[in-house]
Write a protein that binds this ligand. Sequence first.
Ligand SMILES: [Mg+2]
Length: 344
Amino acid sequence: MSRKPAQLIGENRLIQLIQDRYQDRNPLIKKGIGDDAAVIRPRHAREYWLITTDMLLENIDFRREWITPNRLGYKSLSVNLSDLAAMGARPRFFTVSLALPPGISERWILDFYDGLTELGNLKGALLIGGDFSRSESGISISIMALGESLNRKVLYRSGGKAGNLLYVTGFLGQSAAGLKLLEKGSRNPQSRPQQAAIRVHQKPEPRCEAGLWLAQSGLVSCMMDLSDGLSVDLPRMCAASDVGAEIYAANLPVFPESSFWGCDPVNLALHGGEDFELLFAAPNSKAGMLEKAYPKQFPQITHIGELTRDVGVVSIIRPGRKRSRLLEQGYDHFRRKKPVGNGD
Ligand SMILES: [Mg+2]
């Protein structure tokens, strides 16, 4: 066992360590540690219940001066509901625990809960409890969300097969482009693309309806959400499915306007993080049907690559260049110096 500090071990290794030592095998647990949410089937229950939790810390995950309490509340629940969406579950309930430093007003707290419940009401998730404590440093937010399956159809990270086509919902890199603006001190920009990027960063929309539809369709083999960046999350899907992957850079649904403020849109799409879009794979034979049947009113889906036999190898094909390894440059909660506001 390593005596290294957690910072040097890395998030993936730490999860693996806990999983290997403490994971329970029990027939009530359909999926324990190691996916976007845990999946359980209580005795006599017709459906599965899904449980996920996420923590947001001031000055690690957000800065109080950069985000309104309303948007912070919305985002805090959104990152949790995104993990339920990643498995195709319907959001049902959530609890919120807050540790607050001195000086936080009642107004701030109620604005925060307004943001939380605004999203909860939109997605059908009810606030059912929580806890308060005092903090001697910044604000700490911990949410647990519960979801329910529909017809016991849930999607795991582990169902992918070599030859499956890879897709993502929406656009990638927009949230990271918004974060770059905030870091530059641009809080209330006039330009529309800049406003949109900041909005996506502060008020991400969990893809609950798309996730549910994809799980019900029977056309998808595996799914997860993108929280730490494609270059970090895709290898997690590959590890769970025991496959490799290749990405076509030219197909990535980037946010091109970010180049106006000095960003590289492809780079942000690969490594930016906090997209909270869905990454999923479909067998080649079902991909055509999937693209046809996928509802037009949902966020667009884009074919960005495929799963390969090359276990553990994730590569990228850039126009006019040879295939190269895609290096993990997204966010690891322990390893890297934190770009504030990044990660789940
Ligand atoms: Mg996730």
